[in-house]
Design a binder for this molecule. Structure first.
Ligand code: 5GP
Length: 189
């Protein structure tokens, strides 16, 4: 796959531009700050896809925040389909008991991954647990998840960029786009 990658030419359509992302991140950060007053907030982000969103969002929130990172991998699915079976590769590094926690996600598709994560984090007894996602793909939702902050609601298309990958590539694109179908027809090795 590596030799065939052409970051920009592989994108058929830009779904959310760099400028649209920047404006939305500023808006979300201001809203999150206003909703939490002067109570400190712990942002929990899920690697790797949420990395650029987390980095930008934390700097747009005007109140004290702590951050923590988890890494999960879903298994049993394909490169474009989630299975809902989740393995924790990296756990929180500090207790969130009694804290106001905001999960920072890149995308919610079926909701299976986040559903698992929600149950896991609730078990750690935070004071509150909210969710912020940059992208929401409601068409394929299998579990009902209360999402507090949504950046963009997008159609049922597999997207890459701004953290989101296909075969671990395309994460460094500054925008969110749809891959050309030809890229899927030669699946990643
Ligand atoms: P869910 O469990 O909600 O179906 O999916 C969660 C994970 O699947 C996301 O965190 C993301 O890693 C991956 N995913 C779902 N939809 C997309 C998509 O359109 N593009 C990419 N690159 N990953 C996706």
């Amino acid at each position: 796959m590596t030799a065939a990658i052409n970051l920009v030419a592989d994108i058929g359509e830009v779904l959310v531009s760099e400028a649209e992302i920047a404006a939305k991140v500023a808006d979300l950060g201001a809203r999150i700050g206003a909703d939490h007053g002067d109570r400190p907030l712990t942002l929990v982000s899920v690697l790797k896809g949420s990395l650029p969103f987390m980095a930008d969002l934390m700097r747009a929130i005007p109140i004290p925040v702590r951050i923590d990172l988890m890494e999960v991998s879903s298994y049993g699915g394909t490169s474009t389909e989630s299975s809902g079976l989740v393995r924790i590769l990296k756990d929180l590094s500090a207790s969130i008991e009694g804290e106001d926690v905001l999960i920072v996600e890149d995308i919610i598709d079926t909701g299976l991954t986040l559903n698992y994560l929600l149950r896991y984090l609730r078990g750690k007894k935070p004071r509150s647990l909210r969710i912020c996602t940059l992208l929401d793909k409601p068409a394929r939702r299998l579990v009902d998840i209360p999402v507090d902050y949504v950046g963009f609601t997008i159609p049922d298309q597999f997207v890459v960029g701004y953290g989101l990958d296909y075969g671990e590539f395309y994460r460094n694109l500054r925008f969110v786009g749809v891959l050309r179908p030809e890229v899927y027809s030669s699946p990643p090795e």
